[in-house]
Design a protein around this ligand. Structure first.
Ligand SMILES: O=C(O)c1ccccc1NCC(=O)[C@H](O)[C@H](O)COP(=O)(O)O
Length: 260
């Protein structure tokens, strides 16, 4: 069983439990439910921002604890002030040490798009994303069928949320394209064995249709590679560990953007 299988198995249990605890009517009663989300595309294409999607990530299956000493409000505000185009906040607790309340805490102090970073398998989680104040959801092709992607992307759109599809190879990309997607992210981390290679983004770039914003995800640790990715057509750069492993992730992003 791969780590991804384990995460999905756990996620199914969590979603079933959440449905018993919080009804859809209660999610819809959240003060954030009627909020108009920020457009992921608009912020990624804004010339005065960096294209960086800066991630708040306490730990991960591949690295264990990365940083559990910092506050989500402090780090995400520092990310936004440094020029991040969007924030990514992990809400998976078991494997990443995240929480849904982290998104709401980041929402209260930031005015740029927030990606609810989790393993989405059910429409209920899309409603949760809206209720906690997120603007963007992630759909991971490796764990979803084309029909599930279509359904979840349409559900997100109907609530004004942007949709980022994550792929790892050409087969996933070709079977998952859908008109309700806003952006396609190439994950440079193989989620089955955790090996990383930014080459994966360069390899898949030309296969991503132009109507979708191209995003490169994971293992981005220097500004030289961002310049090369931009030349290959990428407009978004999802960076977590490179900032979060520092005692002060805000200082780390400030230093990083000087090199762009
Ligand atoms: O990061 C992991 O170990 C991981 C393991 C299994 C599934 C997903 C995983 N990461 C999710 C991500 O996609 C990254 O958090 C994100 O792209 C940022 O990557 P990085 O800059 O390398 O922290």
């Amino acid at each position: 069983m791969t780590i991804l299988d384990k995460i999905v198995e756990q996620k199914k249990k969590e979603v079933a439990a959440a449905k018993q605890l919080v009804s859809i009517a209660e999610l819809e009663a959240s003060p954030y439910f009627d909020r108009t989300p920020h457009s992921f595309k608009d912020f990624l294409l804004a010339p005065d921002r960096t294209g960086i999607i800066a991630e708040f990530k306490r730990r991960s299956p591949s690295k264990g604890i990365i940083n559990d000493k910092v506050l989500v409000e402090d780090v995400t505000q520092a990310y936004a002030t440094a020029g991040a185009s969007a924030l990514s906040v992990l809400t998976d607790e078991q494997f990443f040490g995240g929480a849904q309340k982290d998104v709401t805490a980041a929402r209260k102090v930031n005015n740029i798009p927030i990606l609810r970073k989790d393993f989405m398998i059910d429409e209920y989680q899309v409603l949760e994303a809206k209720a906690i104040g997120a603007d963007v959801i992630l759909l991971i092709a490796a764990i979803l069928t084309p029909a599930e992607i279509k359904h979840l992307a349409a559900a997100a759109k109907s609530h004004g949320l942007s949709v980022l599809l994550e792929v790892h190879n050409l087969e996933e990309l070709e079977r998952s394209i859908d008109s309700n997607l806003d952006a396609i992210g190439v994950n440079n981390r193989n989620l089955a064995d955790f090996t990383v290679s930014v080459e994966n983004s360069f390899k898949l770039a030309e296969h991503i249709p132009d109507e979708f914003i191209k995003i490169s995800e994971s293992a981005i640790s220097n500004t030289k590679v961002i310049k090369e990715l931009k030349e290959a057509g990428f407009r978004g750069f999802l960076i977590g560990e490179n900032f979060m492993r520092q005692a002060d992730p805000g200082a780390a992003i400030r230093e990083f953007v000087k090199g762009l």
